[in-house]
Design a protein around this ligand. Structure first.
Ligand SMILES: *Cc1c(COP(=O)(O)O)cnc(C)c1O
Length: 372
């Protein structure tokens, strides 16, 4: 069997047609009709008033933090188990990330540990919906309201995910998405910031494009960025969004099939298929090796690679990142659940093109590895 990559995008809708439109009309920069179409369609899909498309999901977080006006010395509560983009959007601006451990069952931030981290300097809670299940938002909303904190919602892995029936991406004062090729829908590289406040959306658009003054181009009252997305990328995104329901179905089928094939293997914990507030959309299908089993995620991945199976390790927790330790951050802090996830978690090929036959082969190799 040929090597099975950890991810492969599915581009079988109107992508080619819309890309040809870009070429035929000459609109290949960030000017051009598909950018606004993607913003409008995505905002409508998620149930937000405004969307501002940007060149990736990491800078979407940078913009979110910028727009909220957070400053040096402020604190923002984030999960330690996440991608570095969440922390770097803060650290680059002198804002202190304050960490919370993961929940042992959902792998998302443990919402029962948020409140003890709030100080007079806390300005926001950054929630990150991980691997296909949402953060328990009722609890976060209640805490944020009681302490007058903003919610920044990183929904980069959560297109089409619902919490108690409501779309992820609709819970933050500002919410962000990524359209990287391993997400449910892709633009190659791309992202979006979503909100309901008109002023914020205007500031977002301005910061995305160097903060040109409305009075005169090349005159700048504020310091912005070039975070623009191209019409070409947005054209792919518009086509992808047309097929999101199909992509969600494919991922659910992948997840439930893996669940059935892998149930009952000693030493392995599978993701939850659902909780009382959500059904897993299986952004990826993660596996967590029990503490009692000697093998690490990196060992397991090496052995599976030899069998032609591409895997990826889980995120590595923020409190263990050398770059932050060098800055003197998080010294003496311990987050045992996140440590376990970082050392013993990895995910199987989870793209939209993995066939049922490949899933059978993959899971046979996994159960062989763990029966040894
Ligand atoms: C993918 C991802 C991002 C970053 O997106 P890019 O488009 O790759 O910059 C941010 N947060 C989370 C949780 C992600 O999974």
């Amino acid at each position: 069997m040929a090597f099975i990559p950890v991810n492969e995008p599915l581009l079988d809708g109107n992508e080619k047609k819309y890309l040809c439109e870009c070429i035929d009309t000459g609109w290949i920069s960030s000017e051009g009709p598909f950018v606004e179409r993607l913003e409008k369609n995505m905002a409508e899909y998620v149930g937000r008033k405004y969307g501002v498309a940007v060149c990736n999901g990491s800078v979407a977080l940078d913009l979110a933090v910028e727009i909220l006006g957070l400053k040096q010395g402020d604190e923002v509560i984030i999960p330690t188990f996440t991608i570095i983009s969440c922390a770097s959007a803060l650290v680059h601006r002198g804002i202190k990330p304050v960490l919370v451990d993961a929940d042992v069952h959902t792998w998302n931030m443990d919402v029962t540990k948020i409140e003890e981290k709030i100080t007079a300097k806390t300005k926001a809670i950054m929630v990150v919906h991980l691997y296909g299940l949402p953060v328990d938002m009722d609890i976060v909303n209640e805490i944020a309201t009681r302490h007058s904190l903003y919610i920044i919602e990183d929904a980069a892995e959560a297109h089409g995910l619902r919490y108690r029936g409501k779309h992820c991406g609709s819970f933050g004062d500002i919410s962000t998405f990524s359209f990287y090729p391993n997400k449910h829908i892709t633009t190659g590289e791309g992202g979006m910031v979503l909100m309901d406040d008109l002023k914020w959306s205007q500031r977002c658009s301005s910061y995305r494009n160097l903060c040109h003054s409305p009075q005169r181009r090349f005159l700048h009252e504020d310091l912005g960025y070039n975070f623009r997305i191209t019409n070409i990328q947005a054209a792919v995104g518009v086509a992808q969004l047309e097929k999101i329901d199909h992509h969600l179905q494919l991922k659910r089928a992948l997840g439930t099939h893996y669940q059935a094939l892998l149930s009952g293997i000693d030493g392995l914990t599978l993701p939850l298929d659902q909780t009382d507030y959500a059904e897993n959309i299986y952004w990826v299908f993660g596996l967590l090796i029990d503490r009692s089993v000697e093998i690490t995620a990196i060992d397991a991945m090496k052995q599976l690679a030899e069998k032609g199976i591409g895997c990826r390790p889980f995120f590595y927790p923020m409190h263990r990142q050398p770059v932050f330790r060098k800055m003197g951050l998080f010294e003496g802090e311990h987050y045992p659940i996140a440590d376990h996830l970082g050392e013993k978690g990895f995910y199987l090929p989870s793209g939209l093109t993995v066939t049922a036959e490949q899933r059978v082969y993959i899971t046979q190799q996994v159960s062989e590895l763990f029966s040894r």
